[in-house]
Design a protein around this ligand. Structure first.
Ligand code: GLN
Length: 487
């Protein structure tokens, strides 16, 4: 069962030539054949191409390539259907792109390839990353590997489910308001949203450009650090990426968190928080204290405005970004008598209901007469939310919260009630508005049914090292990350 191992476990065996990349890749492909009919994490994958890449990696290993230079050499990594991979389809979980094929690699993909990864598969997602359940995909619903009657979270539901079901060793997703951390929590894996600017967005189809970040899903914190080492860094093709040095994030994982100060925001332990989630987070707090960290209550007073602020800013940016899907340069065009009719028919047929809702909301809050009342005011509140965090970080090294208010809900449970769906993001949204980093790690299970619960750690801007150090110390002192769904 090579597909069940982590990057670090596999990498050691690959380099010693105890196993080949072809065997590891084949193990992932076999698992997809065995379970993806139930899970539907993948929209598509090209097995022959993946094996051909594996053979190239095996040749490089035979020729003496080193894992210090190529930390992902021979490791199969699958990607969310919103990232451009040269010569592979790119649909963003939507019908509107038709048979579009990417002409170039996103920067993160280029980096994965340079690091030796086998980049394969298109992972299912909510259309244009808008959603929290992966039910808004034109390619069907993805199911939670722990209970296939439940959602895997979203929008990167395919990325989380593929790691949880051992169909890939690691995956990439994107997080605009929680789309990495929330599905990671609900599927029981590790998911990291880097600081805004840590990872280049070049080659990522934009949803809300001031919030979007690409990040990894992995089976443990060490692999998460390895992935961030590979994908992090400045890129001249993305002016919002920051020229901040990329440390070796794995070096920080020494298990020693004595004396670190953690903040527990009182605004997050609210009504609506499931008692089993609360109990798991309370137990995690005690565990962190027993490892030598101190925990104090803190306040992030503008938390209650985060969801409202996000659901103005994100749709506003989306309405502008999605204007390019007009049937002229690309897209599955539906012709009309004149250009206006062509646009409206193409967009009417191509976008699903949630994307249309966001475009309508976004266009409204940006329209003259409402711009000041909604968009401008939301931007001001966003600044207050960021200031709350910066102030809190004067006294604490990281913040701990539940990742989600409840464990995975049933498929269909919230799809008729957009507001309830939006509220499932309450704990993850502020991090994007503030531009800081966050990671979700497994911290327990509900009893019946047995569903994963996630602990969220939030770090200072470019504070991924300390955040991962804490996440790793906690993980290594607990057993949650070792549990596997019965598939
Ligand atoms: N669930 C949130 C939304 O629908 C966040 C999505 C995301 O992070 N891409 O906007």
């Amino acid at each position: 069962m090579l597909n069940r191992l982590t990057i670090s476990e596999l990498s050691a065996r690959l380099i010693k030539r105890e196993v080949s990349s072809r065997e590891v890749t084949q193990a992932c492909l076999d698992q997809i054949a065995r379970v993806d009919g139930q899970i539907h994490a993948f929209i598509s994958h090209d097995a022959a191409d993946a094996l051909a890449q594996a053979d190239v990696a095996d040749k490089a290993i035979a020729a003496g390539a080193s894992s210090s230079q190529q930390p992902l050499l021979g490791i199969p990594v699958a990607v969310k259907d919103v990232l451009a991979v040269k010569n592979q389809p790119l649909n963003c979980g939507s019908k509107i792109l038709g048979d579009f094929v990417s002409p170039y690699d996103a920067t993160v993909i280029e980096k994965l390839k340079i690091a030796g990864a086998i980049v394969f598969g298109r992972l299912n997602m909510d259309e244009f990353a808008m959603g929290s359940s992966t039910e808004n995909s034109a390619f069907g619903v993805t199911r939670n590997p722990w209970d296939t009657t439940r959602i895997p979270g979203g929008s990167s539901g395919g990325s989380a489910a593929a790691v949880a079901a051992d169909e890939a060793i690691a995956t990439l997703g994107t997080d605009t308001g929680g789309s990495i951390r929330q599905p990671a929590a609900l599927c029981g894996c590790v998911g990291l949203k880097p600081t805004y600017g840590r990872v280049s967005r070049y080659g990522l189809v934009a949803f809300a450009s001031s919030l979007d970040q690409i990040g990894p899903f992995t089976k443990d914190v060490r692999d998460c650090a390895t992935m961030l080492n590979v994908i992090g860094g400045h890129d001249r093709r993305d002016s919002t990426s920051v020229a901040h040095a990329v440390p070796d994030y794995t070096k920080a994982l020494d298990g020693n968190i004595k004396g670190l100060r953690l903040g527990l925001p009182k605004e997050y332990m609210i009504g609506g928080l499931d008692p089993e989630v609360k109990a798991a987070v309370d137990a995690a707090v005690k565990q962190l204290q027993s490892l030598g960290a101190s925990v104090e209550e803190i306040s992030l007073p503008h938390t209650e405005y985060a969801a409202a602020t996000y659901y103005i800013i994100a749709p506003a940016e989306a309405s502008a970004n999605l204007a390019r899907f007009d049937g002229i340069r690309y897209c599955a065009r539906v012709n009309g008598a004149d250009p206006i009719e062509l646009y409206s028919k193409t967009r009417g047929a191509g976008f699903g209901p949630e994307v249309k809702r966001r475009i309508i909301l976004g266009t409204y809050v940006l329209s003259s007469g409402y711009y000041d009342a909604y968009y401008l005011r939301a931007q001001k509140v966003r600044t207050l939310i960021r200031q709350d965090f910066l102030k809190a970080f004067e006294n604490v090294d990281a913040i701990i919260t539940p990742t989600t208010p409840t464990a995975a809900f049933k498929i269909g449970e919230k799809s008729d009630d957009p507001l309830q769906m939006y509220l499932s993001d309450v704990f993850t949204i502020s991090c994007n508005l503030a531009g800081i980093c966050g990671v979700s790690i497994p911290c327990g299970f509900t009893k019946s049914p047995k569903l994963p619960i996630g602990l969220q750690l939030l770090g200072k801007p470019f504070g991924e090292e300390t955040m991962l150090k804490i996440a790793h110390a906690y993980e290594q002192s607990t057993v949650w990350h070792r549990e596997k769904p019965a598939l």
